[in-house]
Design a protein around this ligand. Structure first.
Ligand code: G6P
Length: 368
């Protein structure tokens, strides 16, 4: 097993470090040097896309959190309403799904029972289906109409890391390809986002160099009993993933909140020294998030912010700041999740937890 870990203490850490390669392997075969996306794996036509009056994105756990970015991008650039829901809820909520619907299921293993059941229900109702999965030949890959593979390579650690980042870039490619086919994105915006996607492997590499300084931040919160993650918009989606990562391997109670919703209840739990991880990577929401940071700061919270490198003034209202390279708001999760993965890893190892095999959890959940 030590050999398989390739010199890393845990599979999770190895997989965190494999992300630049995994993201590159997922992107490269689909992009040519003219900035064109070639998705030979997907047979959806312009006519299909014009027919869909809604898109469902269904997944569980970390894959669901990736699906939330898919929702933002498809809604914004493909001009169609998108509903993202967890697999275990979808079937029992009387979904309105028919032959004018597209369902995208996201699943690392391609075997998750709740996701598979949603896929089967969609097919029964005549919807078109597309799977984003990491396992070739998995049940979900065999049953969906179209399959898009994330080329993350085998993921061993229960806490998903490289599968998530490759799901993000996959959903970005799918959204951009759909928008391009449907004619709902400008050429300039399309090129800009493709160039940004191409830059992400090197940018993740940069973030990995912050490992030691993130470990210092981890030391400050290892004894916490409760931790809150806050963010707005896409930052809230990433906050949910960061919070899940921390709780599943460190066993610290952690909750993600929409920053603007804090005042409607959760702020009552903020006491002197309560750690709050505040994501403020969205340019259009930056000032609003900073004012939410000030609200919790005034109540004694210990603030660990996550911001773009240009926003250094956030350090005035934070105890610690983790910076990510500059990137558009749309694609920020590909970078912003990485410091949160590293933070969760260090908190868990400092607490002596078995990060690769957390209690009560399974890598793939094939029962309902
Ligand atoms: C389990 C794993 C999670 C994963 C979820 C969905 O709970 O522990 O890491 O996100 O299942 O798995 P899938 O294989 O469908 O992505």
């Amino acid at each position: 097993e030590a050999a398989e870990k390739g010199g890393y203490d845990h599979f999770m850490l190895k997989e965190i470090y494999e992300q630049p390669k995994a993201v590159k392997d997922t992107l490269s075969p689909r992009l040519n040097r003219h900035n064109e996306i070639k998705l030979d794996d997907i047979s959806l036509t312009k006519e299909d896309l014009e027919r869909f009056n809604q898109v469902y994105i269904i997944a569980c756990g970390t894959a669901y959190h990736a699906g939330l970015l898919g929702k933002s991008l498809i809604q914004k650039y493909v001009n169609v309403p998108v509903i993202a829901e967890v697999g275990s809820e979808f079937r029992y909520n009387d979904p309105f799904i028919d032959e004018k619907s597209l369902m995208i299921v996201v699943s690392q293993s391609g075997e998750t029972a709740d996701t598979l059941a949603a896929l089967r229900m969609a097919k029964e109702r005549g919807a078109r289906t597309l799977a984003v999965t990491n396992v070739v030949g998995s049940t979900i890959s065999r049953e969906a109409d179209d399959v898009f593979y994330t080329w993350a390579g085998p993921e061993i650690a229960v806490a998903s890391t490289k599968a998530y980042t490759t799901q993000l870039v996959s959903l970005a490619l799918i959204a951009l390809d759909m928008a391009n086919k449907k004619g709902t994105i400008s050429k300039e915006k399309f090129n800009e986002l493709i160039e940004e996607l191409r830059a992400t492997p090197a940018q993740i590499e940069e973030i990995l160099k912050m490992d030691e300084s993130i470990k210092d931040v981890a030391k400050v919160i290892t004894k916490a009993e409760h931790i809150f993650y806050i963010g707005r918009g896409i930052d809230y989606d990433v906050a949910r993933e960061g919070s899940l990562k921390l709780k599943e391997i460190s066993y610290i109670h952690s909750e993600a909140m929409a920053a603007g919703e804090l005042k409607h209840g959760t702020i009552a739990l903020i006491e002197d020294g309560t750690p709050v991880i505040a994501l403020a990577t969205q340019d259009r929401l930056y000032d609003k998030t900073v004012s939410n940071i000030k609200e919790v700061n005034a109540r004694g919270a210990k603030i660990i912010s996550l911001a773009k490198a240009k926003n250094t003034e956030i350090s005035k209202s934070s105890d610690h700041v983790m910076y990510i390279p500059d990137i558009s708001d749309d694609l920020s999760p590909i970078l912003s999740v990485v410091p949160l993965q590293i933070l969760a890893y260090h908190v868990a190892t400092l607490r002596g937890a078995d990060v690769d095999k957390p209690r009560n959890l399974a890598k793939s959940v094939t029962v309902e």
